[in-house]
Write a protein that binds this ligand. Structure first.
Ligand code: AMP
Length: 450
């Protein structure tokens, strides 16, 4: 099979790395990709580390990065047609919200990801909130508003302690957590009156503030069946101890100790069953990945938001644990045959530590030479996924805020954490920044900083 993967981050490197290991794949492109993706080889069996052997000498070929942006739908379509791609896999949310799946399907091309109607679960928080309320999915008490005065009144009814969310996509910045009514009114004004997030703030969702432990769930869906993944936990804040600004994600680990297998199954039932039933009623053909952000509250798990694609950096820990052939899983998701598949996971834990550019999530420099990648690649059970990297004059340099996702497997979380940080210690670039407490919440009493 010939595969096209769309995107350029750590999530897409993890997808490419896992897909390239499938014996079904003979050729792969990634648009636009990054320096790490361009080093992956199709048909390569490997341990997590760089120690590799070739399965079949004829099938080995480098993944080719093509310089087409993830949102340039017409050129992506033309490329997939010209190359006769058998399957296109979409990583990021924007092309999904722009309708890339509908476009490819209209032209008879097979593509994995949600269609535009289903992408609304991520592109509109108002849509998601109303859907959750209509179909009895556990979520925060909330109101949806297109009028600032009414939104403020509702904030007051919650005592001012609330979360104000811009409806549309706002680069992960449209969620404002408020401690009192004055802050809540400022948040409503910022989003709806000053229009800090443009048209994304024409409507808002105001939710009660929920306390608890936050975890990420992932489920692969095929329109009828949803298969839940193990739990993982992201670290959104830039600094240790969950301090500093919100980021795209500074690290993840899986599994988390906060839900037993039984509790996870119960949460999946409470969330996924009404979700799939609601989709059927609303004629939403949900084929792709559903990623609910969950708060584990005293009164049970509650959905904070839905994402309609793989998480980044959740993908890095999930795919290093996944035993199945990912091509077969995505194919079943597209063709509606997931009920015949059983997801299989390695018993080991996985930890991913993101190495970011100094200054991220604010302004940061680019073009810093990255040292130590070859040394890190020698470590067992370790994989360095690239995010913001590019090849310049034959050398790999930084090219984004999140630069690398250093990921390691271990017999348990402690071992995986130690292995990930051992690899991080081998890698250096000017201004590098990473959190030293990824996975620490899993064992708060005994964690000592590496
Ligand atoms: P969202 O994009 O809706 O997931 O919100 C971003 C972050 O804001 C989440 O990861 C939570 O940490 C926080 N958050 C969102 N909604 C709530 C809520 N109702 N209560 C407490 N924290 C929240």
């Amino acid at each position: 099979m010939k595969l096209l993967v769309i995107g350029s981050g750590g999530r897409e490197h993890a997808l490419v790395w896992k897909l390239a290991r499938s014996p079904h794949v003979t050729q792969m492109w990634c648009a636009p990709g990054n320096a790490g993706i361009a080093r992956e080889i199709v048909g390569q069996a490997s341990s997590l580390s760089g120690a590799t052997h070739r399965q079949d000498a004829c099938a080995t070929k480098k993944v080719e990065c093509v310089n087409i942006g993830a949102e340039d739908l017409p050129r992506l379509l033309a490329f997939a047609q010209e190359k006769k791609a058998d399957l296109t896999v979409v990583g990021p949310d924007n092309p999904l919200a722009l309708g890339i799946v509908d476009l490819f399907q209209k032209h008879g091309l097979k593509i994995w990801g949600v269609n535009q109607k289903a992408a609304q679960f991520e592109s509109s928080k108002v849509f998601s909130q109303k859907f959750m309320e209509k179909y009895g999915i556990p979520t925060a008490a909330a109101g949806t508003f297109d009028n600032a005065a009414n939104a403020k009144k509702f904030c007051a009814s919650l005592g001012g302690k609330c979360v104000v969310k811009a409806d549309g996509l706002a680069l992960g910045k449209g969620v404002l957590i408020c401690a009192n009514q004055a802050e809540a009114e400022r948040a409503v004004d910022e989003i709806m009156v000053s229009k800090a997030f443009g048209a994304a703030g024409a409507r808002v969702v105001v939710q009660e503030f929920l306390e608890g432990v936050e975890v990420s769930l992932h489920a692969l869906c095929d329109g009828k069946t949803a298969k839940i993944f193990p739990t993982s936990q992201d670290h959104k804040r830039a600094l240790d101890g969950d301090l500093g600004l919100n980021t795209g994600g500074m690290g993840t680990y899986s599994p988390t100790p906060f839900l037993t297998e039984e509790q996870l199954a119960a949460a999946a039932k409470k969330i996924l069953e009404p979700f799939m039933r609601g989709c059927a009623e609303e004629q939403i053909d949900y084929r792709g990945l559903l990623y609910p952000g969950i708060m584990l509250t005293k009164s049970g798990p509650k959905v904070l938001e839905f994402n309609a694609r793989f998480g980044d950096p959740e993908t890095q820990v999930y795919l290093t644990r996944l035993e199945n052939d990912l091509v077969e899983l995505l194919d079943a998701s597209v063709s509606g045959t997931l009920d015949k598949m059983e997801l299989k996971w390695k018993p080991q834990a996985s930890v991913c530590v993101v190495m970011a550019s100094g200054g991220y999530p604010g302004n940061y420099p680019k073009g810093k030479l990255i040292h130590g990648l070859a040394e890190a690649a020698q470590l067992p059970d370790t994989k360095v996924f690239h995010a913001g990297t590019v090849l310049k004059d034959g050398q790999i340099v930084t090219n984004g805020g999140r630069v690398l996702g250093v990921t390691a497997l271990g017999r348990d979380l402690k071992a995986a954490q130690a292995a990930a940080y051992a690899a991080v210690e081998k890698i250096h670039f000017d201004g590098e920044h990473f959190r030293r407490d990824i996975a620490a919440k899993a064992f708060p009493e005994s964690f000592c900083q590496p």
